[in-house]
Design a protein around this ligand. Sequence first.
Ligand code: ATP
Ligand code: FE
Length: 329
Amino acid sequence: MILSIESSCDDSSIAVTRISDYKLLFHKKISQELAHSEYGGVVPELASRLHAEALPKILEEAKEFLPHIKAVAVTNEPGLSVTLMEGVMMAKALHLALGVPLIGVNHLVGHIYSLFIEQESRLPKMVLLVSGGHTMILDVKGYNDLKVLATTLDDSFGESFDKVAKMMGLGYPGGPIIEKLARQGDPNRFSFPIPLKSSSKLAFSYSGLKNAVRLALEEIENLSRQDMADIAASFQKAAITHLLQKTKKACEIYTPSDFAIVGGASANLALREIFEKECAKRGIPIEFAKLEFCSDNAAMIGRAAIEAYKRGDFIAMEDLKVLPRSCFV
Ligand code: ATP
Ligand code: FE
């Protein structure tokens, strides 16, 4: 079995996965969303303190598995350095206590393997990663074998939802809040500009769209609930259209035979619906992770770590470092 730890942002999570058949034997996550909600974003110092409380509590519940653990895996990049450190310190302590090897897992690779929890992997694939810190189109050939085909020039897709929600005083994380509000809104009331629409660049950009929303909000006097719903719907439409336009472009260039969307924001049902329709039109199979594994979790880290384990891809304790920026960026 592999014990995996995730603490790259505001979710403390531990999983135990059986190596032979990928079965998830234990999985628990304590989310800090509520604690950060009043600040409209993650406060790193608060997050690391909450990880220091939550991770030992979860580990206590997983105690019965400890004698069977063959390796300890931990997210060591990318993320907030002070929160990554909490997971890495626990992994190092377990490595010493249990005498088993260490595996450092890239969080983005973890998101990709959220597609394959309790399953064999199905690669190669073109993968769209939409999360709080990244918006990328990736050509994924295997474990740690990927190429970035497109990335964002500024904000990420999920981050733009967080910022729009914050502008309207709606709390954190903004993604689910905006998605829910958008269902009651008119997506055609505001015609927000689609980023990089007339650019041939294979890249994303969300800061201009965010600023367009800010300007629209400033022009509305006595913002009503309906105004907010219309803003949410119009913004979401533009944000997804941008993803779609650039993904179509990537498909024209790279002609993938398989496609998947991962990351916390891939839980967005409007996004799923639109991409499913477009892929069906073109006969390209599309996959998503199960909803429960879209946002950060240790199950995806454990699943990715099995690939590393099979390759003997272990790391010495002194070499396992926290890297806030991903090696793929
Ligand atoms: P990264 O994975 O890039 O390091 P992260 O781990 O902070 O960043 P995730 O946990 O993967 O990000 O995803 C969280 C992000 O997804 C947040 O920005 C959140 O607002 C967004 N998100 C979650 N649900 C939805 C949704 N339904 N619609 C849009 N965005 C969403
Ligand atoms: Fe993430």
